[in-house]
Design a protein around this ligand. Structure first.
Ligand SMILES: [Zn+2]
Length: 97
């Protein structure tokens, strides 16, 4: 995700990361609380593919785009080792996938 630079009227400069579609034109300054406007800066593409950025992007992606589970964990083609059977009759009333 791109890094955007902001500067408040007091001169405090700071960076924030936003998705390109959601970047605001101004945010509150963390130091003084005044409205800090976004600065025009060159995109920092040199670090975009680094391990640190992949970690940040994947961490953020879990919040925005959680991976969908298509099968029960441990349930192999044979119904295998992960298929546990319960004998409790109340479990029959639980919703089935
Ligand atoms: Zn400030």
């Amino acid at each position: 995700m791109p890094l955007y630079a902001f500067r408040c009227p007091e001169g405090t400069e700071f960076d924030r990361t936003y998705p390109m579609s959601e970047v605001p034109a101004s945010v509150d300054c963390p130091a003084c609380g005044a409205t800090a406007r976004r600065r025009m800066s060159a995109p920092r593409l040199s670090v975009a593919g680094s391990a640190a950025y992949r970690l940040i992007d994947s961490t953020t992606a879990t919040a925005h785009e959680p991976q969908v589970v298509t099968s029960l964990p441990g349930a192999g083609p044979r119904g295998g080792a992960g298929a546990r059977v319960t004998r409790n009759p109340l479990h029959q009333k639980l919703p089935r996938p």
